[in-house]
Design a binder for this molecule. Structure first.
Ligand SMILES: N[C@@H](CCC(=O)N[C@@H](CS)C(=O)NCC(=O)O)C(=O)O
Ligand SMILES: [Zn+2]
Ligand SMILES: [Zn+2]
Length: 192
């Protein structure tokens, strides 16, 4: 098994620039017919995801996925080539029907992350995007064929590149989800 984690991680994580305010994402089709998505914002919470649902570039063990406010995203060319790959998923992932690249993911139902769209910044030619901050759903790569005996190497490589390895989301994001759930349930700050 190769340790190709992801092109944005394998040769060192670059942290981008704080004053960067967005750019364009392109699918892998030829430039004449490629889907173009314009983002008027940098990404936040950018992270590696090992789950089976997030789009990964060829040969990569992980996806890298970040969020932008939904209002900051527009499809600016060849929108008719997009289709939702799994209408039953929480995140509706819009992929190019021709090349298969996921251009963005959107949450439509009630959810702590509703209002945010999920995107992959390696689809952009620009630099300046926030770098990956942590790795999520690391153990999930076993479900896609990774050897459980080699997980210490994967986690070691992620740590070496400065990324904590989590098997769900990071503590900050898990706290956001639990806060939302507690508010829904009426138990938020009910006891402490
Ligand atoms: N072990 C599962 C985990 C899937 C999962 O829960 N993915 C997370 C991180 S992207 C999620 O929030 N999924 C919601 C969705 O895909 O709609 C897999 O690899 O398929
Ligand atoms: Zn395409
Ligand atoms: Zn994922």
């Amino acid at each position: 098994m190769s340790l190709g984690i992801h092109p944005l991680i394998d040769n060192g994580v670059r942290q981008g620039s704080t004053d960067f305010s967005g750019g364009k994402l392109y699918c892998k089709c030829s430039w004449r017919s490629r889907v173009e998505v314009t983002l008027n914002s940098n990404v936040a919470h950018n992270h590696a995801c090992g789950c089976s649902k997030c789009w990964k570039p060829q040969g990569a063990l992980f996806s890298v996925v970040g969020v932008v406010p939904r209002d900051a995203l527009s499809v600016t060319a060849n929108e008719e080539k997009l289709k939702v790959i799994d209408k039953g998923a929480v995140i509706q992932r819009y992929a190019c029907k021709e090349c298969g690249v996921h251009m963005f993911g959107r949450i439509e139902g009630d959810h702590p992350f509703k209002g945010l769209d999920f995107v992959h910044v390696e689809l952009s030619d620009e630099t300046g995007w926030q770098g990956p901050q942590f790795a999520a759903f690391v153990s999930s790569i076993i479900e896609q064929g990774a050897d459980p005996e080699k997980m210490h190497l994967i986690r070691g490589k992620l740590n070496k590149e400065g990324l904590e390895a989590y098997d769900c989301l990071s503590p900050g994001l898990m706290d956001m989800i639990a806060t939302y759930t507690a508010k829904q349930a009426g138990t938020f700050r009910a006891k402490m």
